[in-house]
Design a protein around this ligand. Structure first.
Ligand code: SF4
Length: 534
């Protein structure tokens, strides 16, 4: 089987130990029934992984987008500098509100702080930040050296909280914890759930929802909110793109939680359900069909005929507004193929949109997905915990007798579960076509080999891969930063994405990669015999 041969050829290049490890991270859809994949395990040293660290997952992904909070990075300057403005979680404030997103706060630890401890400097930094900015709250994120030298960031946070009267939250997200960004998501979820959600008492309206795991990259969250507000939903909080600490406090008061990125926020979704009774719905606002399906599921959950009718009106209006453009881009994309390698959710979310445009996904993988993101949540009880995962605390929550409430009866919920992904996620593999590859924690060597063998028209990945692919003559679209474009979510976003990739794949630039003298000779001449030379 040619598909398997491609993978075996890649694996043959590895030493036996590495081969044994990497083959467990590769699956060909349809080869067996189970499609079991190894994921969320330690990265092989020296393999040139695309992964980041726990700090990046905690501060960079989950906490960073909260715009009314000062996020202090406790560590040497690199960790904060390299995460300063590089993730495009946009945020705008109403008049009179704070927005600290353009700042980068760090304790800038020096050698003396490593030797004598950095707590004193951290205390001063928190004080200075409070006095200068008077934020709603302050977070302290630990970086690698902090855990090693034993700085007690929790004691600093506790003292500062008592002194200044605002919440100061400490996160033990040292970069070496876990095996990737994923550990940082979990740590951030735990603290937000334990200390923030449930402490507010904002008024909520009819059809109230939270949007979880939506980080407003390139304005995605704004496009989703535009559609939902047009239908009539009341958005209580967004976790966390253009989100605020103030709104997050009352998240327990919504009637439904939408989960866009399952990987980064499923912990909060699950804990809110246990503690406050609010179910979560796995949604996907990437792609036109997925957006429509999501909107219909939401309307059905609330079950109100006015809402159901309004949803259909909005869908019709939105479709009419994009119809013409869609036709153009479908023509430009038809028959192409794509490879997707993105963090923990987009490699799945974009497959439907690509399919709608006529592009087949032949390989997809996650940097830091877990088995449930690939195979569905049913496998969670069978996932073996290793030493790296055991280090991340599991927060146990129980029913909050005062605030627990059910919007729908348990019988109604059970009935709806059969019709929509309510408190359920089936993972990426299920929706993929037979014969496609699923590869976890793809590395540089594997990327190059797959690009050579599969020759896709489009490679969706990140900044570290982009120029490798483009130097090979393959258009690469960054699906983390959107190549500084966006939004890509919702109806309008689908058109922006279609336009961007149509332009990228069809630009005349690709025909100039091979210099003309390598295709046809540039000099013409012939050998003439010299006759009668003297
Ligand atoms: S691995 Fe450590 S040093 Fe590197 S960015 Fe993460 S926290 Fe900072």
């Amino acid at each position: 089987m040619i598909k398997l041969k491609n993978i075996q050829k890649i694996l043959e290049e590895y030493p036996p130990k590495v081969k044994k490890n990497r083959e467990k991270h590769m699956v060909v859809k349809g080869l067996d029934e189970k499609h079991e994949i190894e994921a969320n395990t330690r990265t092989i040293p020296g393999i040139i992984t695309n992964r980041g660290c726990c700090f990046a997952g905690c501060k960079g992904v989950v906490l960073g987008p909260l715009r009314d909070v000062v996020h202090i990075v406790h560590g040497p300057v690199g960790c904060s500098y390299y995460t300063w403005g590089t993730r495009r979680h946009k945020g705008r404030s109403e008049a009179g509100e704070d927005n600290f997103l353009s700042y980068c706060f760090t304790t800038d630890m020096q050698e003396s702080d490593i030797v004598f401890g950095g707590e004193k400097k951290l205390r001063e930094a928190v004080k200075e930040a409070y006095e200068l900015f008077k934020p709603e709250a302050i977070t302290i994120s630990a970086t690698c050296p902090v855990g090693l030298i034993g700085d007690d960031i929790h004691a600093v946070a506790r003292d500062a909280q008592n002194e200044f009267g605002i919440q100061v939250l400490a996160f033990d997200c040292e970069g070496y914890k876990g095996v990737s960004q994923s550990a940082g998501h979990h740590i951030a979820n735990n603290v937000l759930m334990r200390d923030v959600i449930g402490t507010g008492d904002a008024e909520t309206g009819k059809y109230s929802i939270n949007i979880l795991g939506e980080y407003n990259i390139g304005g995605d969250g704004w496009e989703i909110s535009r559609i939902l507000s047009k239908i009539g939903y009341h958005i209580v909080s967004i976790m966390t793109g253009d989100g605020t600490y103030k709104e997050l406090k009352s998240a327990h008061k919504a009637d439904l939680n939408l989960v866009q990125c399952h990987r980064s926020i499923n912990y909060i979704a699950e804990m809110i359900e246990v503690k406050y009774g609010t179910p979560w719905l796995k949604v996907n606002f990437i792609g036109i069909e997925s957006t429509i399906k999501t909107l219909r599921h939401m309307a059905k959950y609330f079950g109100d005929q006015v809402l159901i009718d309004r949803t259909e009106v909005v869908i019709t209006e939105e479709l009419a507004s994009i119809e013409e453009s869609l036709k153009i881009y479908k023509k430009m994309c038809a028959g192409k193929t794509a490879l997707l390698f993105v963090g923990g959710s987009r490699a799945h979310h974009y497959q439907g949109l690509l399919r709608e445009l006529g592009i087949e996904t032949v390989m997809a993988g996650y940097e830091f997905g877990h088995r449930d993101d690939y195979e569905g949540r049913d496998v969670i009880p069978y996932i073996k915990m290793d030493a790296d995962s055991r280090n991340i605390p599991e927060l146990q929550v129980t029913k909050d007798e005062k605030n627990y409430r059910l919007y729908l009866s348990p019988e109604k919920i059970e009935a709806l579960k059969k019709e929509m992904p309510l408190s359920r996620y089936d993972g990426m593999i299920k929706e993929m076509k037979g014969g496609s590859y699923i590869i976890d924690d793809l590395n540089h060597f594997e990327t190059e080999e797959l690009l050579k063998k599969l020759k896709p028209s489009l490679f969706c990945s990140g900044i570290k891969d982009k120029f490798v692919a483009q130097k090979m003559g393959i258009f690469s679209k960054q699906l983390h930063s959107y190549d500084y474009s966006g939004p890509y979510a919702g109806f309008k976003g689908a058109i922006v994405f279609a336009k961007d990739i149509s332009m990228g794949m069809n630009t005349p630039t690709w025909s100039f990669i091979t210099p003309p003298w390598k295709k046809i000779p540039m000099l013409e001449g012939k050998i003439v015999k010299e006759v009668g030379a003297c």
